[in-house]
Design a protein around this ligand. Structure first.
Ligand SMILES: C[C@@](CO)(OP(=O)(O)O)[C@H](O)COP(=O)(O)OP(=O)(O)OC[C@H]1O[C@@H](n2ccc(N)nc2=O)[C@H](O)[C@@H]1O
Ligand SMILES: Nc1ncnc2c1ncn2[C@@H]1O[C@H](COP(=O)(O)OP(=O)(O)O)[C@@H](O)[C@H]1O
Length: 284
C-alpha cells in the first residue's frame, strides 16, 4: 500500500434558504420543507488509505468532539461495515466551520468522508446507497452526498435538485449554541405552516419558521439579525444560530463585513448549486 495522502477534500457548509415546519408527527419528529444551497466555504479533509482496518483521525479541534461521537469516524466505520472492506484510513480534518450553528459542518464532514473513502477504498457503493448510510448519521447528510442544491421534504430525506440564484452571502456566527432538539420541543414553535408545492415555494417570500422562536430565546441572535438586516435581506439558517445576508456582489458583502462590530464574527462566501465536493471527486 502506498504512503499517498489524498489531499483537499472539501466539506462545504450549507444554508437553508427557507425552512418551513409543517407538522409534528406522532414520533415527535417534524415534517419540513426546506431549500438547501451550498456555500464555497468549509472544512477540508485529507485521507490516507491503510492496509490495516484501523481508523485514525487527526484534527485541529483537539478533543472537542470525542472520537466515538465524531461523525467522520462514525461514517468511516459504517462504510467499512456496509462494504466489508478490510482497509482502514488515517484522516486529517482542518475544521474551519463553526460547530452547531445550523450550517451543517458535522453532516458535511460525514458526507465527504463517505464519498471520499468509497472512491479511495474502491468500495463501489452508489450515490443512493451512500446517502442511505448517511441518513442514519443525520438528516442533512444525504444532501451533501448528492452534491446539488435541493428542495427537501419529509424529515429532510426526500429531495429535488433546484438551482436558486447564487448570491454572495455574509454569514454571521452569534456566540451562542442553539440546541436543535430544544427548538423542536418548544411549545411556541411555529410548526403549522401549510405545505406548498415547489413552484409556489420558489416564488414566495422565503422565511425560516424557527427564527422567531430562536430570536425570542437568544438575545444574541436577535442582536445579530437586527444588525445585518439593516444592510441586506437576512435570515437564520437551520435551527440557528447563524444568520446570513444576501448580496449581488462580493464587494458589497465585504464592505458590510468591514463594518462588523468587534463583538460579532462572520465570513463572506459565494452560494453554489454544485457542491465543491463534486469538483474534487471529478479530479480523481
Ligand atoms: C432542521 C435542520 C435543517 O437543516 O436543522 P440544522 O441541524 O441544520 O440546524 C436539520 O434537518 C436537523 O437535522 P439534524 O441536525 O440531523 O437533527 P437531529 O440531530 O436528527 O435532531 C435533533 C432533534 O431535533 C428534533 N427534530 C429534528 C429534525 C426534524 N425534522 N424534526 C425534529 O423534531 C428531534 O427531536 C431530534 O431528536
Ligand atoms: N466532525 C464534526 N464536526 C462538527 N461537529 C461534529 C462532528 N462530529 C460530531 N459533531 C457534533 O455535531 C454537533 C452539530 O454539528 P454541526 O453539524 O456543526 O451543527 P449544525 O447541524 O447545527 O450545523 C456538534 O455540536 C458536535 O457535537
Amino acid at each position: 500500500m502506498s504512503n499517498h495522502v489524498s489531499l483537499g477534500w472539501p466539506a462545504p457548509a450549507k444554508l437553508n434558504l427557507f425552512l418551513h415546519v409543517n407538522h409534528r408527527r406522532e414520533d415527535g419528529y417534524h415534517e419540513l420543507q426546506t431549500l438547501f444551497q451550498f456555500i464555497e466555504h468549509g472544512d477540508v479533509l485529507d485521507f490516507k488509505v491503510t492496509e490495516s482496518s484501523a481508523l485514525k483521525l487527526h484534527s485541529n479541534i483537539g478533543d472537542v468532539v470525542a472520537d466515538n461521537d465524531n461523525l467522520i469516524l462514525r461514517a468511516a466505520k459504517l462504510l467499512q461495515k456496509r462494504s466489508g472492506t478490510s482497509q482502514g484510513a488515517e484522516i486529517w480534518l482542518d475544521k474551519r466551520l463553526p460547530m452547531g450553528g445550523g450550517i451543517g459542518g458535522g453532516s458535511s464532514d460525514a458526507a465527504t468522508c463517505l464519498v471520499a473513502l468509497n472512491a479511495l477504498w474502491k468500495t463501489g457503493l452508489s450515490r443512493i446507497e451512500l446517502a442511505e448510510l448517511g441518513l442514519s448519521l443525520g438528516a442533512d447528510v444525504p444532501v451533501f452526498i448528492h452534491g446539488l442544491s435541493a428542495f427537501a421534504e419529509g424529515v429532510g430525506e426526500q429531495f429535488t435538485p433546484v438551482s436558486p440564484k447564487e448570491y454572495w452571502y455574509l454569514v454571521l456566527v452569534p456566540d451562542v449554541h442553539v440546541s436543535t432538539a430544544e427548538i423542536f420541543q418548544d411549545p411556541d414553535l411555529n410548526r403549522n405552516t401549510p405545505k406548498l408545492d415547489l413552484n409556489s415555494l420558489m416564488s414566495s417570500q422565503w422565511q425560516n419558521d424557527c427564527q422567531q422562536l430562536v430570536v425570542k430565546r437568544h438575545p444574541q441572535v436577535a442582536k445579530t439579525l437586527g444588525w445585518l438586516i439593516e444592510y441586506a435581506p437576512s435570515r437564520m439558517t437551520g435551527t440557528g444560530a447563524c444568520i446570513f445576508g444576501e448580496f449581488e456582489l462580493q464587494q458589497q458583502a465585504m464592505d458590510v463585513l468591514a463594518k462588523l462590530p468587534s463583538d460579532m464574527t462572520g465570513f463572506v462566501a459565494k452560494g453554489t448549486n454544485i457542491s465543491p465536493l463534486e469538483l474534487r471527486l471529478a479530479q480523481l
